[in-house]
Ligand binder design. Structure first.
Ligand SMILES: [Zn+2]
Length: 614
């Protein structure tokens, strides 16, 4: 993906976005020596361990370990992908990305900008109507009746569209907007066979829908009159800035809370969401008038590991919960269901029992499959064979989507208990259906096999790089000429850590080709390798000076060599007791060990000599 933007442009964007400015805009920072320090936005802490280094333009938290460059920060903080972060920072610095530089792309961007502007202006207008105008009285009364506070009205910028056919048309004319563009924004509709327009949103309570950055991109208008003939909700049509299946109402306000909680509560309507949010459940989103789509699930996965579905207790709400399962599971999210008791929606529940009771309800939400089994048993006649078979079939179809053998087995047991049948026969039934329905992840080995494999790889479980390995990386990062020297001094097998080895080899290759990279630019080349970036950011965060890099390089390489010999000796000693070793192999191992001892001795003598005064 990074290939879409040239390294040059990336560096230009990086240079134009000082990390202290970018981080400082959202995290209060204090100067601490050459650096800045603040409370980490990625984990909860009372004493600041989050450091920003203006020198190498990196950040590092010594509490949770998060670190990286300005792109990493924006990506993590805003929950964007890499290109999203590049776009954000390019926008911030008013840099045009080359692939957006052709006339068609420029035109598309121009249209988007105009649409954003129109949405922002009409949001302000409708908000003012709601707050002050006579035309907003019905909406004010309605909100008062629903118990929506002024604070919520302001925060969510709720508005009121006057009961009129041409209020928006006239407003657009007064602002000299091209009516064709206002039509494209979905605010007005052209009357068929004429060049006349009329308003889409008439006499409605208006909820602005924002993108993740908080820009208004569409509207949802709720009816205020009791007229049965018109739709309860009118929504913006799809426009160049608004795609229904990719937008969550409330996400622009809840994204920090999502990251903190690692859980997203998903509810159905705007008023439910506002009510929950104001009651303190801030990690909440609502899909925009559709069931959850795979795009929705992928967006959530950027923020959280788990979703709590909080849909109305009525049948439609429960069906929506079941329909949401597949995209959520496919995105790798865990799913729980909070059933609001006695036919209430979350808004009514909070009014009656308070925010704390609602928070408890969310915390106690049961696993999706417990919820689903109960629901299936309640909606089928489980006293009959036919009813029981239906329950088993539908339950298993849902379970199979997880591709999780342990989970399927656990619930085979539970379903058997619930239905009063043999667990054995449920398992057999499940296997039958599984063969038809779920070729999804059949290649995944059952958990037992995985455990065995894990034990076999015990020795390769990654320990962090050693101090000397980190020192080597730091030296060659900061000093190109030392990278060239290291190429002559170093043997790759002396480095034990595979990820760090990748970094060192890449750096040495670049040095051999006389290609210079600043440390941050080098870091940027590992966008697809988070493990490598983590090690790099740690090395770059270490800002102890290197007074004589040449000497330090020789020392560190010497240590790495010795450490390698020690490891090798250990391996050989270990191998020698292996009864499967042939005599010849044993003799060879013996020779190598003897050699190693000589080298060790020589090194000890050498280091003693070095320490003696000359
Ligand atoms: Zn942290």
């Amino acid at each position: 993906v990074a290939g879409l933007v040239s390294p040059n442009t990336l560096e230009q964007i990086r240079a134009a976005n000082d990390i202290v400015d970018v981080v400082g805009a959202v995290v209060p920072l204090k100067r601490a020596g050459a650096n800045f320090r603040g409370l980490c936005p990625f984990h909860r802490e009372k004493t600041p361990s989050f450091n920003v280094h203006p020198g190498n333009q990196m950040f590092k938290c010594f509490g949770c370990g998060k670190g990286g460059d300005v792109f990493t920060f924006v990506r993590e903080y805003e929950g964007l992908d890499f290109m999203g972060a590049v776009r954000r920072l390019a926008e911030r610095a008013r840099i045009t990305l080359e692939f957006e530089n052709n006339p068609a792309a420029q035109q598309a961007r121009h249209i988007k900008e105009v649409l954003w502007q129109i949405h922002e202006q009409i949001t302000q207008r409708w908000h003012t109507v709601l707050l002050n105008d006579a035309a907003g009285q019905v909406a004010r009364d309605y909100l008062h009746k629903r118990g929506v506070t002024d604070e919520a009205v302001k925060l969510f910028r709720i508005g009121a569209a006057p009961e009129s056919w041409d209020d928006t048309v006239n407003w657009a004319r007064s602002k000299s907007h091209d009516l064709a563009v206002v039509e494209q924004a979905g605010l007005i509709i052209q009357k068929e066979g004429t060049d006349r327009h009329y308003d889409r949103f008439r006499g409605r309570l208006i909820f602005p829908i924002c993108d993740e950055q908080g820009r208004v991109i569409g509207f949802s208008g709720r009816i205020l009159s009791g007229d049965e003939k018109v739709a309860k909700y009118v929504n913006s049509p799809e426009t160049p800035i608004f795609t229904k299946g990719k937008v969550f109402f409330g996400l622009d306000k809840s994204k920090r809370a999502l990251l903190d909680a690692q859980t997203a509560v998903v509810c159905e309507g705007q008023l439910d969401l506002i009510s929950c949010y104001m009651a303190g459940v801030k990690n909440i989103v609502a899909p925009q008038g559709t069931a959850l789509t795979p795009d929705h699930a992928r967006i959530l996965k950027r923020y959280v590991e788990e979703v709590v579905l909080c849909f109305d207790a009525d049948n439609a709400g429960q069906k929506a919960a079941v329909r949401s399962l597949e995209p959520l599971l496919s995105a790798g999210l865990a799913v729980r269901v909070a059933a609001v008791p006695s036919g209430k929606d979350p808004d009514e529940f909070i009014k009656e029992h308070g925010g704390e009771a609602f928070q408890k309800l969310i915390a106690g939400a049961e696993g999706f499959f417990d919820f689903y089994l109960k629901r299936l048993c309640a909606t089928n006649d489980v006293r009959t064979d036919k009813g029981r078979m239906t329950v088993l079939r539908e339950f298993n179809e849902a379970l199979a989507k997880t591709g999780n053998a342990v989970l399927i087995d656990t619930y085979a047991q539970k379903a058997a208990q619930r239905l009063g049948v043999e667990a054995q026969s449920v398992r057999a039934e499940f296997k039958k259906v599984k063969a038809h329905v779920a070729p999804v992840r059949d290649d995944e080995p059952p958990l037992d096999d995985l455990a065995d494999e894990g034990a076999g790889q015990g020795e390769t479980v990654l320990e962090p790089p050693t101090t000397h390995e980190m020192q080597l990386l730091k030296i060659i990062l900061e000093h190109d000429e030392q990278a060239q020297a290291a190429a002559d001094l170093l043997q790759p097998e002396w480095i034990r850590h595979p990820v760090l080895l990748r970094l060192v080899e890449k750096r040495l290759t670049l040095a051999a080709r006389q290609e210079h990279r600043s440390a941050p630019a080098f870091y940027g080349e590992f966008q697809d390798d988070p493990a490598a970036q983590e090690i790099l950011s740690t090395a770059m965060a270490d800002d102890r000076p290197l007074p004589s890099p040449e000497v330090q390089l020789r020392d560190v390489v010497g240590w790495l060599r010795m450490e390698f010999f020690k490891r090798r000796a250990g391996e050989l000693r270990h191998a020698m007791v292996d009864p499967a070793l042939s005599d010849q192999q044993r003799a060879q191992a013996m020779r190598e060990l003897t050699e190693l001892r000589h080298i060790e001795k020589a090194a000890q003598i050498q280091s003693l000599q070095q320490r003696m005064p000359k």
